[in-house]
Design a protein around this ligand. Structure first.
Ligand code: MV4
Length: 447
């Protein structure tokens, strides 16, 4: 087992990783930017080293500074958390070159899943359903028009280097093609340095349902059931839950097996997520794979009673998994609490937290790095807490979430708490009747 892990991240996930390391008897090293000098991850780690000024590209994305700290402090592994360097194949390779274990998959596995055309081809070969579309990259507008004609409009063009919504365009008729093509390519070139595009049939009303998987260094893999992440706004998840209200026992087994096939087909090592779109006929299609621990991992932890960070560290250390699949035992819901004003188009609201009260009680979990008098810096993402509840049934979980939200007090900044309170009262949400279009029509009432 590792003796000392460097955590190349900040905020709640850095704290989350430190907590598990403590329970495992592993020493921790925090790295931080000057904006985070008063952060809890700095205080709770055994050692902490400043790696640069507030901008991420000079601190949390600064590979040489992070590797230097790992060498100076004698860390034998680096946990990247999510975001920042978590899906950076070059960083995974640099770690390996320095004999530091990157807690996650190899650079080659990250590359394979990071390029969406390659990932889709890999999935087709593993017999995982994919959305009908182009075989590979499109080489011209003419080629795109030809494929679109064959599968029928509407279609969607996506950046092979993309993911999470960037470089995507929905095209409803051939007249729009050229214009959409040009703008999507331009956007992708600017964002990823790669203008490669592929094409798919556009699904109008899908759900975003993802399967958590874990694979070890011995070729074993299993799934840990699903999370429904359909409640999103501008490709930002707001609420996640498990089990999905749309799931059936048969579909869970099918999708779970498909996710395990996906994982095994690349000899995947680490925790990962296979994202699927599920249509109105409950047909499921591979969308993309995330090769990291995700923000919403606690939802899965609560329904199967399992510390995913601990398991992630164990497989990174070469320990074999049992290899049995896990099925939800309870219902869990997570609300992301962001420092944003939900009444002003979710615009960021950094600043000092003057008053803080964190909810508690049975089945209530809050993952956060904030405390009373803490100032939220404007430099990073706006998520400041995750409120996770678990109960025997979905109805009870919603009731518990309402109660926990009503106890949550954060003064000095605006947060998404009032949005979540309204969402929990929504009839469609209560019925589990929502798709990825839900937020387009959800109306937030001003107080
Ligand atoms: C799609 C789609 C419909 N049809 N692909 C959004 C982010 C990226 N991962 C892929 N996305 C989508 N791909 C086809 N063929 C709809 C979306 C999509 C979406 C998916 C899941 C959750 C929220 C979404 C919001 C808008 C679009």
């Amino acid at each position: 087992m590792f003796k000392k892990i460097l955590i190349a991240n900040r905020g709640e996930i850095a704290l989350r990783i430190i907590r598990t390391c403590k329970e495992m008897g592993i020493k921790t090293v925090a790295v931080y930017s000057t904006a985070d000098k008063d952060s809890l991850h700095v205080r709770f780690a055994d050692e902490a080293v400043c790696i640069g000024p507030p901008p991420s590209n000079q601190s949390y994305l600064n590979m040489s500074a992070i590797i230097s700290v790992a060498e100076i402090t004698n860390a034998d592994a680096i946990h990247p958390g999510y975001g920042f360097l978590a899906e950076n194949a070059k960083f995974a390779r640099v770690c390996a070159d320095h004999n530091i274990k990157f807690i996650g998959p190899t650079g080659d596995m990250i590359d394979k899943m990071g390029d969406k055309v390659t990932a889709k081809k890999t999935m087709r070969e593993a017999n995982v359903p994919t959305i009908p579309g182009s075989e590979g990259l499109l080489d011209s507008v003419e080629h795109g028009l030809e494929v679109a004609e064959k599968i029928g409009y509407p279609i969607i063009i996506k950046a092979t280097a993309g993911g999470g919504g960037k470089g995507m365009r929905i095209i409803r008729n051939p007249e729009q093609f050229q214009e959409m093509w040009d703008s999507a390519r331009q956007e992708s070139q600017a964002a990823f340095g790669n203008a490669g595009m592929y094409l798919e049939k556009f699904l109008e009303n899908p759900r975003h349902i993802e399967i958590q998987i874990i694979g070890d260094q011995h070729g074993k893999a299993c799934h840990l059931s699903e999370r429904d992440c359909s409640v999103q706004r501008r490709h930002q998840k707001l609420v996640e839950e498990s089990p999905s209200p749309y799931m059936t026992e048969e579909l869970r087994i099918e999708m779970g097996n498909a996710a395990v096939r996906a994982s095994k087909s690349i000899g995947y090592e680490g925790v990962g997520t296979i994202e699927f779109l599920v249509d109105e006929d409950r047909k499921y299609y591979f969308m993309e794979m995330n090769t990291r621990i995700q923000v919403e991992h606690p939802v899965t932890e609560e329904v199967i009673g399992y510390d995913l960070i601990k398991e992630q560290i164990k497989v990174a250390a070469g320990i074999e998994i049992i290899g049995q699949d896990y099925f939800p035992q309870v219902h869990a819901i997570e609300c992301r609490i962001n420092a944003e004003d939900p009444f002003k188009d979710f615009r960021p609201s950094p600043g000092k937290i003057k008053v803080l009260h964190i909810p508690g009680g049975q089945g209530v979990r809050v993952d956060t790095h904030v405390y009373a008098s803490y100032s939220i810096p404007p430099n990073y993402d706006s998520m400041i807490a995750k409120l996770i509840v678990s109960a025997r049934t979905r109805t009870e979980a919603i009731t518990k979430m309402k109660r926990a939200l009503s106890e949550f007090v954060i003064e000095g900044i605006n947060t998404t708490i009032p949005f979540h309170e309204q969402l929990m009262e929504n009839k469609q949400f209560a019925e589990g009747n929502y798709t990825n279009k839900f937020m387009e029509t959800f109306e937030i009432k001003k107080p």
